[in-house]
Design a binder for this molecule. Structure first.
Ligand code: NPG
Length: 370
């Protein structure tokens, strides 16, 4: 049991090493909220995976900030003595907003684990101390650039390269990437940009022996995804459609996908992420850990999750240098064998560097328990 005395919200902005373009927009910098909680015994950190615009999901930074400040923080202060596992219940009066909830829940869990000297990976039930890494390639301006990026990442040792696609920038680009890298583990991610009418595009993609095609259709299209999965050979992986363990079970039951991408920061935090994992493990459904261009705080959290037994495919747990010239924590590095160490220290196992935080902070606000 612990009492949260103060919560610091911090909006930060870090330039990306290269623009990240998807079917729903382009980011040249990562702007996100960090939550730090102070308890009597320890501090804890959590990262909100929302971005500046509601393009990927309904959530966005300014909305998340208000929600954290005006609803979640007061509820946490009012609850008094709490355990991290009670927070889902305490926050249940707010409908939705899983990204904002995850930031605060993860910060409280981090503080609790630091106080008792337990690592997040051990707490979650990890069965490995290194995880296999994949990498996600945004949509570059030209096919030449795409091939160059893919070649660079494969040379680095990444065990899977995911290509973002959108209508019109799909079959030819994937064909070129496959031709240049006949043996590589390649996948594609459409970020919900297609409809069932595009089935011929996905039939054509079947020729390239992709590991999976991720989120081809709209997030609400579970039935349409099941129809598409029946029409194509390549495994469908769902991301945006899976907001809970119930969604995951429905998707598998319907045959809407055969693989699931679990993003703890998007589904409301580690509690729901673990429930999705636990629901899919006995069904033998492979899962992997997604990414949202996280800083070292969110990356450490993701790595602990990716160390659970059901995470059998390489995740978007790439090295810090793939995203930022300088991260806010010590950089996460990938070994040439394409694996990365899971932090083993108390809590998430990393601390932000205060000098770096100061450089990239746009705004802070400290909220205190009365
Ligand atoms: O390696 O963190 C990463 C990026 C992986 O492609 C990635 N993320 O659609 O899954 C996605 C995409 C994303 C990034 C979505 C940022 C929203 C924001």
């Amino acid at each position: 049991m612990t009492v949260v005395r103060a919560i610091e919200l911090r909006l930060i902005r870090l330039p990306l090493v290269r623009p990240f373009r998807t079917s729903f927009g382009q980011e040249t910098e990562r702007e996100c909220i960090l939550a730090r909680v102070d308890t009597d015994d320890a501090e804890g950190w959590g990262e909100c995976v929302a971005g500046p615009n509601p393009g990927f999901s309904e959530e966005f930074n300014e909305g998340a900030w208000l929600l954290l400040r005006d609803f979640l923080a007061p509820a946490l202060f009012q609850a008094g003595e709490t355990r991290a596992e009670d927070l889902e219940h305490i926050f249940a009066f707010v409908r939705g907003h899983p990204m904002a909830k995850a930031a605060l829940s993860n910060a409280v869990l981090d503080a609790e684990l630091r106080a008792r000297g337990e690592s997040l990976a051990a707490y979650l039930g990890a069965d490995k101390d290194r995880v296999a890494c994949g990498v996600s390639v945004g949509i570059p301006p030209s096919t030449e650039q795409l091939l160059e990026e893919v070649a660079g990442y494969l040379a680095d040792g990444y065990r899977r390269v995911k290509l973002k696609i959108q209508p019109g920038l799909d079959i030819e680009r994937v064909a070129a990437a496959r031709e240049a890298n006949p043996e590589a583990a390649l996948s594609v991610d459409a970020n919900a940009a297609y409809s069932l009418g595009d089935v011929e595009t996905f039939r054509a993609l079947d020729a390239f022996e992709l590991l999976m095609v991720e989120q081809p259709l709209d997030q609400d299209d579970l039935v349409e995804h099941s129809k598409l999965q029946r029409e194509i050979r390549t495994d469908i992986c769902l991301d945006e459609s899976i907001r809970s363990a119930a969604d995951a079970e429905a998707a598998i039951e319907l045959g809407s996908c055969r693989i699931v991408n679990i993003k703890q920061g998007r589904v409301g935090g580690l509690g729901e992420a673990k429930r999705i994992h636990d629901a899919l493990l006995p069904r033998g459904v492979p899962v992997w850990c997604g990414g949202m261009l996280e800083t070292g705080i969110g990356r450490a959290t993701n790595l602990a999750l990716a160390a659970l037994p059901g995470f059998v495919l390489p995740g978007d747990t790439s090295a810090s240098e793939r995203y930022f010239l300088e991260d806010i924590t010590e950089p996460f590095r990938m070994d040439p064998d394409g694996t990365m160490a899971v932090p083993g220290g108390p809590g998430i196992g990393v601390d932000p560097r205060l000098d770096r935080l100061a450089q990239c902070t746009l705004r802070t606000e400290i909220l205190r328990k009365e």
